[in-house]
Design a protein around this ligand. Structure first.
Ligand code: 6R9
Length: 635
């Protein structure tokens, strides 16, 4: 395995230039350092109009050979995964590359024994335990497509995702520990399974000793199945463009989008970006606190780090249990060198007494990362000063489920950082700012603000939305001709550094989770007393954004606290607890344009208590409603 790290700012600039001049040659050189069973014949074929992107066509490989087999000789005994349990009194688990290889191979045979083969979709609804990593790699080993659903989602959210991609198998755990709570995952799955005809088998990992209800013929225990499985499992030969996984992300309509990632480009993209952004050295211990249910966990807990032969930490618990020092205690205990988390976590920890930090020796830390939402100035400084002690570069990494890997970010210790700026594009990434007229704002030495698009493909770009290529085209390629539109706004300073300012569409990022407001509105509208609703985000001190719902009730219904509770419960059940609106205001109408569109811009301003300038309201059909809503707004 070759090291792909750029070592200086001059090297970065050189690589970036090369990637502009000869993108194919640039990525070929990187792709050549991986293990291929057969070399590709065509490096890149693309057309953003269709849209279609194909990298390394004709190349044959298996991502697990790159994450496991190729390390065995030199790194077989190196720790691949350190697992840190929810309860600090339970023992950590250290899994070497060789052990992981054996576990993955055996579990891959469990999948096969249960009728799973290449191309079949497998849904994973699991806690942050090593078995989640094992199950996902086992799918990849045999060419099955994993679709991981974050284990905080509701039964109906699971069912929707399983049905959308017709998964044949569901893998889950009986229960999960989350702080002082225990959640019964199997029960949540059982409810989902009432509506998922495609599921033939459910594999249940026992995380706790509690009895678990099992359905005969359908449900099987992980350990029972392992006993029956062979040890060796040769890696399935995959084409570079064969599906590796589907991961659902929120869309502006109620339906989640199953983003499709393929094998070759994703491997190359996540590994290259992992090594360059974080700049790990041989014995470093890298910890990304994300859940594997999100793209950050896929790319930067599992695939990128393992393909790089790194030691990656998986944490089962939450930052506040048993107390707010938990993250720092783990950093001290495991001698974490690279720590990657989300601004929402930083803000909530920054609110606690500094004692929780000071009680721990954080001298092992070398690099700090941030991801998921814009990091505000205060949080950036708190992180830099109190956690990094001013000695650790902070890499603010901008990217998306759709981009597969990091796109804009400093390289740790190499790119000069600037608080709240994701700084410069990585080599191979060509961002552009677009103005209101849909024209490109040239990247000169003038500061500029606009919508962020990308004008050339990179290897880990999502190839489609599962089962709905038209929607893929519509959402990402119809806003600007021949460009991928990110949905984000951005500011660029005179030196070309980017600061991401936030979503410009109907997606709100709450505590780092992307939530489509349409899905939440649909849930609220299901309540029998509700006529219509509109949900917007407003700035929140800890969560980054919180949700504000405006709800119209039927004429004969009186607003009440009880109703508020019921509406929250409906959202929690259909979308998930993280989507519960923080504030609900009952209104008699919503500001609408003549074409019947809710003017969310105004609702956002009211929710944010920023009503000095409401902007142009002349296209409103019912301007009088604005004063009423403002008068009764909840602040
Ligand atoms: C990786 C991930 C994507 C959206 C993205 C943007 C926001 C992510 C950010 C950031 C500012 C950063 N976002 N990283 N905004 N600075 N460093 O989070 O993927 O869950 O798909 O979210 O998150 O708005 O468009 P995903």
């Amino acid at each position: 395995m070759e090291n792909l790290q750029l070592r200086s700012f001059a090297e970065y600039k050189k690589a970036y230039k090369k990637s502009l001049k000869d993108p194919e040659g640039f990525w070929e050189e990187i792709a050549n350092t991986f293990t291929w069973q057969q070399k590709w014949d065509k490096t890149l074929e693309w057309d953003f109009e269709k849209p279609e992107v194909k990298w390394f066509q004709g190349g044959k490989l298996n991502i697990t050979e790159n994450c496991l087999d190729r390390h065995l000789e030199k790194l077989g005994n190196k720790t691949a995964i350190i697992w840190e349990p929810n309860d600090p009194d339970e023992e950590s688990r250290y899994i070497s590359y060789r052990q992981l290889f054996v576990k993955v191979s055996r579990f891959a045979n469990v999948l096969k024994n249960n009728g799973i083969g290449k191309g079949d979709r497998v849904c994973l609804y699991m806690p942050m335990i090593p078995e989640l990593a094992i199950a996902m790699l086992a799918c990849a080993r045999i060419g099955a497509v994993h679709s991981i659903v974050f284990a905080g989602f509701s039964s109906s959210a699971i069912a929707r995702r399983i049905n959308d991609s017709e998964c044949k198998m569901l893998i889950t755990a009986n229960e999960v520990y989350r702080g002082a709570k225990k959640v019964n995952l199997k029960e949540i799955c059982d409810k989902a399974l009432e509506e998922t005809p495609s599921i033939e088998t459910v594999i249940v990992y026992r995380r706790t000793v509690e009895p678990t209800a099992m359905k005969d013929g359908r449900d099987k225990f992980w350990f029972d199945e392992l006993q029956k499985a062979e040890k060796d499992c040769p890696a399935e030969v995959m084409d570079a463009e064969d599906l590796l996984f589907i991961l659902y992300t929120s869309g502006s309509t109620g339906k989640p989008k199953g983003m499709v990632h393929t094998t070759g480009g994703y491997l190359v993209g996540t590994t290259y970006t992992f090594q360059n952004v974080f700049q790990l050295e041989k014995d470093d211990v890298y910890w990304c606190t994300a859940d594997i249910g999100w793209i950050t966990g896929h790319s930067y807990i599992i695939y990128g780090p393992l393909a790089s032969g790194a030691t990656t930490v998986m944490f089962e618990g939450i930052p506040s249990y048993p107390d707010y020092g938990r993250f720092w205690e783990i950093c001290e205990k495991l001698k974490v060198t690279h720590f990657y988390t989300a601004p929402t976590a930083i803000r909530s920890l920054a609110k606690q007494p500094l004692k929780f930090v000071e009680d721990h020796d954080l001298s092992s830390l070398k690099v700090l990362g941030s991801v998921g939402e814009p990091i505000n100035e205060e949080a950036w400084h708190w992180y830099n000063d109190n956690i990094g002690k001013g000695n650790c570069p902070v890499v603010d990494t901008w990217w998306q489920t759709e981009t597969g890997g990091i796109m804009i970010s400093p390289l740790a210790g190499i790119t000069p950082t600037r608080p709240t700026f994701a700084t410069l594009p990585l080599p191979g990434v060509q961002p552009v700012l677009m103005d209101e007229q849909g024209e490109e704002i040239p990247n000169t030495n003038e500061p500029a603000e606009g919508r962020l698009a990308i004008k050339f493909p990179w290897p880990s770009i999502a190839r489609t939305i599962y089962g709905d290529h038209e929607r893929y085209k519509e959402v990402y390629y119809s806003t600007f001709k021949n460009k991928y539109f990110t949905g984000d706004g951005a500011y660029r300073d005179a030196s070309g550094n980017y600061r991401i300012t936030g979503r410009v569409d109907d997606i709100v990022i709450v505590s780092g989770h992307n939530l489509g407001t349409a899905a939440i509105e649909n849930a609220i509208d299901e309540h029998e007393s509700v006529v219509e609703s509109a949900v917007v985000g407003y700035p929140h001190e800890v969560k980054g954004n919180a949700l504000y719902a405006y709800v119209i009730l039927y004429n004969d219904i009186e607003p009440s606290e009880e109703l508020i509770k019921e509406i929250k419960a409906i959202v929690s059940e259909t979308v998930g607890p993280i989507a519960k609106p923080e504030k609900i205001q009952f209104v008699s109408g919503l500001p609408k344009t003549r074409s019947g569109k809710i003017m969310r811009r105004i609702l956002r301003k009211i929710a944010s208590n920023d009503t000095a300038d409401l902007g142009d309201t002349s296209t409103l059909l019912n301007p009088e409603i604005v004063d009423e809503i403002m008068a009764e707004a909840k602040h």
